[in-house]
Design a protein around this ligand. Structure first.
Ligand code: FES
Ligand SMILES: [Fe+2]
Length: 364
């Protein structure tokens, strides 16, 4: 046993099969805004089923998807105006979770309350706060640089359900090296296999990056460049607590890269925003969209970037689902490589936040 502990990889640090590994006091994307209309929908997040709908003014509502009487999912009931009627015995709740009608009795029990969750709309996405409601602060939602700036194009983005633990997606999004192996027909290019990675910590996350100089542009990016020939390529992979990643890809003509603060005017830049939502310990919903600075009004370009990203993320999904199954079916420990440092540092930082949050709850 002692020997097992000694050889245990730090990678396993918070890879635990329980539902307590999620940070609660934070915003997670629960759905794209167009998924939620004036009808009852259920979405699981952090192991909890949440009822979602829009009221008659279009405001999104998030309630526990369980009637307090016999726990029938309220999503199996009926939306009556802005209220929800349980499909078993008709208890009816308003958008705040307060019971407003209890058929067959005069008095509504004080305990007939459904928990409601703070919900916010930003960037075409619905964000929910699963922790203590009084701590929910919309200014803590990731600020997407230039979201309203018409000088930037934006893809429609998408959502993908992955049968794997959410931290495997964060690992992947802090790992530029996998591009050479997993995305050979899209993001990869010569030179991506062996250039070392640089790691650094930020206040709320980790950055893994590298410049790769004088290479052919990868197939996904080549049509977007305003210049021909060899390129210098910058990969910036950043993850922020607890489950957001921002990847920035920069391309210059060969010889003009190397200094991210002094790029030539015709440099190509794409920022990919990734929002990783733990459904439970074995399932993750993955949302994304991208910003880019060339061909911004060309609809065909926009569509091909969107389709290309989805098919590349499908490649990630296949690998990560198999990794998740492998980690669960083979005895630990795993081994670590140098390329894991960013992911390891991120997990360690997140583990600290989760522990602090649990401790604060215990001390109350
Ligand atoms: S289970 Fe909902 S009213 Fe009985
Ligand atoms: Fe990938």
């Amino acid at each position: 046993m002692a020997n097992t502990e000694k050889t245990k990889s730090k990678f396993d640090l918070i890879y635990i099969n329980s539902e307590s590994e999620f940070l609660q006091n934070t915003w997670y994307v629960i759905a794209r805004d167009d998924e939620i209309q004036q009808r009852l929908e259920s979405r699981k997040i952090l192991g909890t089923n949440i009822l979602l709908y829009r009221d008659s003014e279009g405001h999104a509502v998030a309630l526990d998807d369980a009637c307090p009487h016999r726990k029938l999912p309220l999503s199996m009931g009926k939306l009556c105006g802005d209220t929800v009627q349980c499909g078993y015995h008709g208890l009816t709740f308003d958008a705040s979770g307060k019971c407003i009608s209890a058929p067959t009795q005069d008095r509504i029990p004080d305990t007939a309350v459904v928990r409601s969750y703070p919900i916010a709309e930003r960037y075409g996405l619905l964000w929910v706060w699963m922790g203590e409601p009084q701590l929910a602060d919309e200014s803590k939602i990731l600020q997407v640089e230039d979201y309203e700036d018409s000088a930037w194009g934006r893809t429609e983005g998408g959502v993908l359900e992955c049968k794997c633990h959410y931290l495997l997606l964060l690992d992947n999004l802090l790992d530029p090296s996998h591009v050479a192996w997993v995305h050979q027909t899209s993001f990869a290019s010569a030179g991506t296999t062996n250039v070392p990675l640089e790691m650094s910590e930020t206040d709320d996350g980790v950055v893994v990056s590298r410049w790769i100089n004088n290479i052919d542009p990868p197939p996904y990016y080549a049509p977007m460049l305003c210049f021909s020939g060899k390129v210098d390529r910058y990969q910036h992979y950043e993850a922020r607590m607890p489950a957001v990643a921002v990847n920035i890809g920069t391309y210059t003509q060969a010889g003009l890269g190397g200094d991210d603060d002094n790029l030539p005017e015709n440099a190509y830049r794409m920022r990919s925003y990734h929002f990783i939502t733990p459904v439970d310990s074995n399932t993750t919903r993955y949302f994304w969209f991208q910003h880019y600075n060339t061909n911004i009004s060309d609809q065909a370009v926009k569509q091909s970037l969107n389709d290309g990203a989805r098919s590349a993320f499908e490649e990630d999904r296949v690998v990560l689902e198999a990794v998740h199954a492998g980690l669960n079916s083979h005895p630990r420990p795993t081994i670590d490589l140098r390329l894991d440092k960013g992911a390891r540092d991120f997990r360690k930082k997140l583990d600290g936040l989760i522990r602090a949050e649990k401790l604060a709850v215990k001390q109350r």
